[in-house]
Write a protein that binds this ligand. Structure first.
Ligand SMILES: *[C@@H]1O[C@H](CO)[C@@H](O)[C@H](O)[C@H]1NC(C)=O
Ligand SMILES: *[C@@H]1O[C@H](CO)[C@@H](O)[C@H](O)[C@H]1NC(C)=O
Ligand SMILES: *[C@@H]1O[C@H](CO)[C@@H](O)[C@H](O)[C@H]1NC(C)=O
Ligand SMILES: *[C@@H]1O[C@H](CO)[C@@H](O)[C@H](O)[C@H]1NC(C)=O
Ligand SMILES: *[C@@H]1O[C@H](CO)[C@@H](O)[C@H](O)[C@H]1NC(C)=O
Ligand SMILES: *[C@@H]1O[C@H](CO)[C@@H](O)[C@H](O)[C@H]1NC(C)=O
Ligand SMILES: *[C@@H]1O[C@H](CO)[C@@H](O)[C@H](O)[C@H]1NC(C)=O
Ligand SMILES: *[C@@H]1O[C@H](CO)[C@@H](O)[C@H](O)[C@H]1NC(C)=O
Ligand SMILES: *[C@@H]1O[C@H](CO)[C@@H](O)[C@H](O)[C@H]1NC(C)=O
Ligand SMILES: *[C@@H]1O[C@H](CO)[C@@H](O)[C@H](O)[C@H]1NC(C)=O
Ligand SMILES: *[C@@H]1O[C@H](CO)[C@@H](O)[C@H](O)[C@H]1NC(C)=O
Ligand SMILES: *[C@@H]1O[C@H](CO)[C@@H](O)[C@H](O)[C@H]1NC(C)=O
Length: 523
């Protein structure tokens, strides 16, 4: 089967190239989770490694390897000896586009229709946001309807091993084995198209927790109880994503309250489709935050670590970032809203939600919908989701948070500041290469040219963010040297094509991850 072939190829490649990954496994960064879980908690699941970061740079790496500049292999095609998809050879990363869907899963794993029919229908209900309109509250319900086929554990392990470098499921500690299997089962699901989705809404009781009632002083909605059915059936890929004006039934109008109101959303027919909806006042500040390597430790630039951190190990907050968010949640005006936007494929996002709600202020979510799977969509997904939020809240101000290892962030965030100059309050970017020596990918600051240099900050660690007066637009901690060149930056660390052994090793490992994923796609 493709999976074992891929695994073997990787082992072969690893042996051929004599790779040694010299990076020691870091101890998990301890940080207490202090916020209580909200009432309808989403089901946790493990995560697939997502290496769409820095894809432009990976193109260069692949070119390097191709031309032998890195000195690793004369020709990687000859090493592999088989055709790869053209988008891969062209350097566009394909490994996150190829998650199998529906019939592919069913046919590749030999699951019969009747076996599948016997499985319960499940629903991923992504925590929605709502804006206030002439028709009242307008809620963006989005998510996916699917079934989990019954796959034997040995087959699951075989599939899971494809995601791991230099190890396998059987060698992981028991809790990590469980995560890896859970992740794999979450990916090998069969989406259900043409299904009607019915929801019921009711006030979400106080979340409790350490002075962070759901984020930005959100309150339980004082009404809103109702049942509704979405106006369209799910797409062929099982997705639903639609704004629905809901009945007021006692909700506070968005132009007459400064509090975010929380509604519980339950999906009829399953206990898997619970979420909290956030009804966001017309004016105020919305934090839009990426998750990997800014709210949690992923090390996406270091594939072996990134895979383990995403796939097997429990999610770990990044240093004291939860304290920074807790302080913003407590001290900024009641109208403050938190939105978590990850471009991880939706099948893999339950774990993200579970982690965020245990660790950071409650808020709405965006994940990568399944129909964003071709190459142009891959390059545009983050901007598509960001623009949707901006257009939904034309009177709100935004604080955009992420790290420099995302090449789409480095383009999209400053572009939004150019396009919506009155809406982008701050851009806060963790410079991952400043603190992590294994992050050697260049990043590009060209987009920041022409922006007010007090409206953004590159920072190194969470404490750099203390004491900012975000409400009044103070986004820059002037004690932090900025070093912005408005060009591709490497911070003196690395020049493509002239690497030392360490860099060369990382490049090759990145490449192998890409290879594994490309082969995984052929399932
Ligand atoms: C609040 O919004 C409603 C619906 O859009 C509108 O009819 C009403 O005039 C608004 N009230 C104020 C005070 O702006
Ligand atoms: C993943 O783990 C959670 C919590 O143990 C469980 O409820 C869920 O059903 C699992 N998901 C899969 C796909 O096995
Ligand atoms: C979904 O609901 C619509 C409207 O009630 C109905 O016409 C359609 O047949 C339903 N689809 C399914 C698959 O039940
Ligand atoms: C919503 O539907 C449930 C059954 O699915 C019912 O028990 C409940 O009374 C309904 N609520 C409203 C407000 O119609
Ligand atoms: C994906 O579906 C959403 C609606 O669910 C739609 O707005 C969007 O344009 C689609 N995107 C692509 C790339 O097909
Ligand atoms: C909820 O689903 C049940 C079957 O599971 C169905 O009988 C009922 O009509 C549905 N309720 C709504 C409000 O769609
Ligand atoms: C979803 O909510 C229902 C009703 O409160 C509850 O019974 C169920 O356990 C919840 N599901 C999860 C996964 O928490
Ligand atoms: C913020 O919301 C809380 C909870 O409803 C309320 O007690 C407080 O008065 C609000 N503060 C302001 C400034 O409106
Ligand atoms: C509410 O959101 C919808 C969907 O993005 C948007 O079309 C509409 O203009 C927004 N309404 C207001 C009053 O901002
Ligand atoms: C800017 O460069 C200096 C000197 O190399 C470094 O100490 C500092 O961390 C850099 N600033 C950021 C935000 O990376
Ligand atoms: C700026 O960053 C430094 C170093 O992390 C920190 O000690 C300080 O509190 C931050 N805030 C301000 C306003 O200087
Ligand atoms: C907490 O946030 C407020 C508002 O942004 C800010 O004024 C204050 O300095 C922050 N405190 C710390 C310790 O970061």
């Amino acid at each position: 089967m493709a999976s074992s072939r891929a695994t073997q190829s990787v082992l072969l490649l690893t042996a051929t190239l004599g790779l040694v990954n010299a990076v020691a496994l870091p101890a998990a960064t301890p940080a207490p989770a202090r916020v209580e879980v909200r009432a309808p908690i989403v089901t946790p699941a493990a995560i697939r490694f997502d290496s769409r970061h820095s894809y432009l740079e990976k193109k260069d790496i692949i070119n390097d390897i191709k031309s032998g500049v890195a000195g690793v292999a004369k020709s990687w095609e000859s090493v592999i000896g088989s055709a790869l998809p053209s988008f891969f050879t062209d350097g566009v990363p394909g490994w996150f586009e190829g998650l199998p869907t529906g019939t592919q899963v069913q046919s590749s794993l030999g699951i019969s229709d009747s076996d599948l029919a016997a499985q319960p229908t499940q629903v991923l209900n992504v925590p929605p946001y709502a804006n206030w309109t002439d028709q009242g509250w307008n809620v963006r319900f989005h998510g996916n309807v699917y079934k989990i086929p019954d796959i034997s554990q040995s087959r699951v392990d075989e599939l899971a091993n494809v995601f791991l470098i230099d190890t396998e499921v059987s060698k992981l500690p028991a809790d990590q084995q469980a995560n890896a299997r859970n992740l794999t089962r979450s990916i090998f699901i069969v989406q259900q198209g043409n299904v009607n989705v019915s929801l019921s809404l009711e006030p979400s009781p106080s979340q409790g927790g350490d002075g962070e009632p759901g984020g930005g002083n959100a309150i339980p909605a004082p009404g809103g109880v109702q049942n509704l059915t979405l106006p369209y059936e799910t797409t062929d890929l099982g997705d639903f994503d639609v704004f629905v004006p809901i009945q007021s039934n006692g909700l506070l109008p968005g132009n007459q309250t400064t509090n975010v109101q929380r509604l519980n959303v339950y999906t009829n027919g399953t206990t898997t489709g619970n979420a909290t909806a956030f009804l966001v006042p017309t004016q105020g500040i919305t934090f839009i935050s990426d998750i990997d390597d800014i709210l949690r430790v992923t090390k996406i630039w270091d594939p072996k670590e990134g895979l383990l951190n995403s796939f097997a190990r429990p999610f770990t907050p990044w240093l004291n970032m939860p304290d920074i968010y807790a302080n913003w949640s407590r001290t900024l005006p009641n109208s403050t809203h938190f939105h978590y936007l990850t471009t991880t494929p939706e099948q893999a996002t339950r774990n993200y939600m579970d982690f965020i709600y245990k660790t950071y202020p409650g808020g709405s979510f965006d994940t990568r919908p399944l129909n964003f799977s071709d190459i142009s969509a891959t390059l545009s997904i983050r901007m598509f989701l960001l623009q949707k939020v901006f257009k939904t809240f034309p009177q709100r101000k935004f604080v955009l948070v992420a790290d420099t290892s995302n090449s789409d962030v480095m383009k999209d965030y400053p572009q939004l500041a150019h396009d919506y100059p009155n809406q982008v309050q701050c851009i806060l970017l963790r410079n991952t290469s400043a603190t992590d020596s294994s992050m050697w990918f260049p990043y590009n600051t060209e987009g920041f040219k022409g922006l007010n240099n007090k409206s953004y900050m590159f920072f190194r660690e969470p404490n750099d963010l203390t004491g900012l007066d975000i409400s009044n637009g103070q986004c820059l901690n002037t004690t932090i040297p900025q070093n912005v060149t408005f060009d591709r930056q490497t911070d003196g660390r690395f020049r493509l094509g002239s690497a030392g052994g360490k860099v060369q090793g990382s490049a090759t490992i990145s490449f192998i991850v890409a290879l594994v994923a490309a082969m995984f796609m052929t399932l």
